[in-house]
Design a protein around this ligand. Structure first.
Ligand code: CO
Length: 146
């Protein structure tokens, strides 16, 4: 495993719409393992592929309950609202209040291409929305009310 370099604000790669991940091979598994290690080392709760320069639709999240890997995630349902402080490993040293759904349901594939559904509330809901936004080139600062 290897620690990857995290791209920071200003790099175009953070503003691209990522493409669907079609293969579920050892190459993907290596990248996911690297993303997990990179996220833990940086003490983040989520990391999306474009943040390490890969324009594909996958991300990793760990809000304290273990690693979650999401390939081609899609939000299928949202409930309620929450406003809270949010940061991003690509914008070090910054944070702001962002309004997100209180609860979200996401459909995704695991590293073997198998479909699953996950529902998250609170911080997990926030992390799911934040990471999935990255796959469409959206950063949390776009959602801060001015
Ligand atoms: Co982020």
């Amino acid at each position: 495993m290897a620690i990857r370099n995290i791209v920071t604000l200003g790099d175009d790669v953070l503003r691209k719409v990522c493409r669907t991940q079609l293969t579920f091979d050892s190459k993907l598994h290596t990248v996911l393992d690297d993303m997990r290690e990179t996220m833990y080392k940086a003490e983040g709760v989520g990391l999306a592929a474009p943040q390490i320069g890969i324009l594909r639709r996958f991300c990793v999240i760990d809000v304290g309950d273990g690693i979650i890997e999401l390939i081609n995630p899609v939000i299928t349902e949202t409930v309620g609202k929450q406003t809270g402080n949010e940061g991003c490993l690509s914008l070090p040293g910054r944070s702001a209040n962002v309004t997100r759904p209180m609860k979200v349901t996401v459909r995704a594939q695991n590293r073997f291409g198998e479909n699953f559904t996950i529902t998250g509330e609170g911080l997990l809901a926030r992390a799911l929305c934040h990471e999935i936004d990255h796959l469409d080139g959206i950063l949390y600062i776009d959602k801060v009310k001015g």
